[in-house]
Design a protein around this ligand. Structure first.
Ligand code: HEM
Length: 279
């Protein structure tokens, strides 16, 4: 026996290793198919959704760090965190394409097994939207019988969003953000404000004085763009898989999802793109 093999022989069975550190046995026991008789493609469907949820968890972890750096006014750190979130969202937009390997007939073979299970009930997806700044109490209805999840969403709504924090940062560095914006009811949807448009416009207009802020605005536009890209690719995948049928969550399906496409996390940073710029 070689020395390497002898080394392996000395390992204790309960020693911390790849499988125990990552909880692989637990992780790989969580794919429980419900179709009867078992449909081959249900495994694929479960794995893709579970891996999305793991990445949503990581995105929320990063958003919480981003919020902390924003509170501290540390723009460089915010940019570093955004870089990672961008990379993950790029992957997730690619990942949804995997569903292109599922034909409509294959999906219909196990769709019944989902019952009323729907992306509407993804608490982490909704938390990401709420944390970044897109809040809508309409979605609470999907968590009525799940008090823990409802509490998580409500807690997000009590906190200022990433966008609220950005506006506070602008105020802290001397920009004229109105008090009614800073002291708004965070649980309510954000309403665009002309004065905020003016402030952001002025920063873009004098980039030499605030170049790090311009970079931050552009990175936030990237994030918004990536989220919309995900929405678009998801809609195409929905149309491809179930056509114009209703969703398992009870919505009109692709038509409903289309209605959410124009939503933006950072509305005034988009609005300034309508400005006529000085040279
Ligand atoms: C065959 C694949 C899929 C189909 C047919 C599908 C279909 C739908 C439909 C019809 C809706 C609207 C709500 C409803 O009535 O249920 C929806 C929403 C949603 N789906 Fe999917 N979906 C698929 C894959 C995925 C995947 C892989 C994810 C990843 C997590 C996902 C996440 C979501 C989310 C988060 C929503 C809520 C969107 C929002 O409120 O803006 N879906 N899906």
């Amino acid at each position: 026996m070689s020395e390497r093999h002898q080394d392996y022989g000395n390992l204790q069975i309960d020693e911390l290793n790849y499988n125990s550190y990552l909880n692989i046995p637990e992780l790989t026991s969580l794919q429980q198919l419900r179709s009867e008789p078992r449909h081959h493609d249900e495994m694929f469907f479960i794995v893709i959704h579970q891996s999305f949820e793991l990445w949503f968890k990581e995105v929320l972890h990063e958003i919480d760090l981003l919020a902390k750096h924003l509170d501290e006014g540390n723009v460089s750190r915010v940019l570093k965190v955004l870089k990672r979130i961008h990379a993950i969202l790029t992957c997730l937009t690619q990942q949804i394409q995997l569903l292109g390997t599922l034909t409509p007939k294959e999906f219909s073979g196990f769709r019944e097994a989902l019952g009323t299970g729907s992306g509407f009930q993804s608490v982490q997806f909704r938390e990401i939207e709420f944390a970044l700044g897109l809040r809508d109490a309409w979605f609470f209805q999907f968590f009525k019988s799940h008090p823990d999840e409802l509490a998580r969403l409500q807690a997000r709504c009590e906190q200022p969003s990433v966008y609220d924090k950005l506006l506070k940062t602008l105020k802290n560095i001397g920009h004229d953000i109105p008090d009614e914006v800073l002291n708004r009811d965070f649980a309510e949807p954000y309403v665009m404000n002309d004065k905020v448009v003016e402030v952001i416009n002025d920063i873009y207009d004098a980039p030499q004085e605030n170049y790090h802020m311009v970079l931050l605005f552009e990175a936030l536009i990237d994030l918004d763009t990536m989220w919309s890209n995900w929405r678009s690719v998801h809609i195409l995948m929905v149309s491809r898989t179930i056509g114009a049928k209703k969703g398992t969550g009870g919505s009109a399906g692709a038509d409903f999802l289309e209605s959410r496409l124009p939503l933006r996390f950072f509305p005034e940073i988009w609005e300034v793109r309508n400005s006529e710029w000085t040279k």
